[in-house]
Design a protein around this ligand. Structure first.
Ligand SMILES: *Cc1c(COP(=O)(O)O)cnc(C)c1O
Length: 401
């Protein structure tokens, strides 16, 4: 069967590939520790589950409006007011089947063929593919290791051309954990104004911010910036609800109308009772969120300390999300039996084989010098897993003599 040109260029998600291999090894009884997880290792809060069960009992099992229920849209507006201090109306919100779907819709609605989208790099794998599927051209703005991967407005400015249509920002960031500084985001907002660009701000990790930075809602940086900004968020990470598939976009009414139209022909509404549960997540008690963040913060400190104890590994201390993105390129060129470790794919392969530890190769995020480890796993796994990595890397070093 002949495939369309559109889908021929898609690269499968490397994060899912490594997770699948780790799962397979576990099934075969191999004692493997996975640092690949892209989701919290907490159960969905009880009050949220209860709300879903209640909704099922009450017959909330039919179509809702394609762009989501008024009740959930209002809850999103209330959350934007509470967390970011910005005012929106229900017309500014479209609820979709996960934040990933919101982003997909947005690129489809905003990109004409050849339009350029500036994406900070290292970047979440799906942005690049979604932009390409929309006919757009991804252009990467480098976030430097020396800056702990924080995005600088200068790096964005250097990539703006007359074809730039969208500037994407993702803070806290996946894969680096970087949280961008307010002054840089403000400067990026001003650049967007000068060059008539839209800002898409993926704030899915906004409740997981630690250390010296605080979270910044881009839409809160002034009325002019708000007018150009679309905020993307959802319940997946904040409430450990990745399987429920509820996310949203908040922004200008004309764009929301367009994606609501598109969505009405593609998926129709996001799942009715998952929307009900999401209302409870947003409006109910929030102690789960801070409890989870406190736990992540403990693990963050521990994993950074442990990784930096390994000679040849450099791990910046990230201020958000639940990932670390250490530099491991000092091991490249090493021999492993007959093989040579030439990059992050080989190193990930080596760690899986030699240490029985799953990490995600940085090349999947546009940075071959690094690997990504998720600390959405138990402290015990962190201690044991990094110990194994240390042993395997020390063995590798010793065998090079
Ligand atoms: C997990 C994630 C999302 C999307 O999550 P959904 O489950 O689709 O809501 C979006 N952006 C980034 C950077 C993510 O890591």
């Amino acid at each position: 069967m002949v495939l369309s040109d559109r889908v021929k260029g898609i690269t499968p998600s490397a994060t899912l590939a490594i997770t699948a291999r780790v799962k397979q090894m576990k099934k075969e009884g191999v004692d493997v520790i996975g640092f690949g997880a892209g989701e919290p290792d907490f159960d969905t809060p009880k009050n949220v589950k209860k709300a879903a069960v209640q909704a099922l009992k009450e017959g909330v099992t039919k179509y809702t409006p394609a762009s989501g229920t008024d009740e959930l849209k209002q809850a999103v507006c209330d959350a934007m007011k509470r967390e970011c201090g910005v005012d929106y109306a229900k017309e500014n919100v479209v609820v979709s089947c996960g934040a990933k779907h919101s982003l997909y819709n947005l690129f489809q609605a905003l990109c004409n063929p050849g339009d350029e989208v500036v994406i900070p790099s290292p970047y979440w794998v799906s942005y690049e593919e979604m932009v390409k599927l929309a006919g757009g051209v991804p252009v990467f703005a480098e976030c430097k290791f020396e800056d702990e991967f924080e995005l600088k407005a200068e790096a964005v400015k250097a990539k703006i051309t007359p074809k730039t249509r969208i500037i994407l920002v993702n803070s806290p960031n996946n894969p680096t954990g970087a949280v961008y500084e307010e002054k840089e985001l403000k400067a990026i907002g001003e650049l967007a104004g000068e060059h008539a660009c839209t800002i898409i701000s993926d704030e899915i990790y906004d409740k997981m911010v630690f250390g010296k930075r605080k979270n910044v809602c881009v839409a809160s940086l002034g009325e002019k910036i708000k007018e150009r900004t679309i905020t993307v968020n959802g319940v997946s990470k904040t409430y450990s609800m990745t399987g429920w598939r509820i996310g949203w976009a908040v922004g200008p009414v004309n764009i929301m109308k367009a994606i609501s139209n598109m969505q009405s022909h593609a998926t129709s509404n996001p799942t009715s009772f998952a929307q009900k549960a999401s209302v409870e997540a947003l409006n109910g008690k929030q102690n789960f969120v801070s409890k989870m963040a406190r736990e992540f913060n403990k693990r963050r400190k521990r994993i950074v300390a442990l990784l930096n104890e390994i000679s040849g590994v450099e791990c910046p201390e990230p201020n958000g999300a639940f990932y670390v993105f250490p530099k491991v390129s000092s091991f490249y060129g090493s021999k492993w039996g007959e093989r040579t470790i030439n990059g992050s794919l080989d190193l990930a392969e080596y760690l899986l084989g030699e240490a029985r530890v799953g990490v995600v190769p940085g090349i999947a995020f546009g940075s071959d010098a690094n690997v990504r480890l998720s600390y959405a796993t138990s402290m015990q796994n962190i201690e044991e897993g990094v110990k194994r990595i240390k042993q395997a890397l020390e063995k590798l070093k010793a065998s090079q003599a």
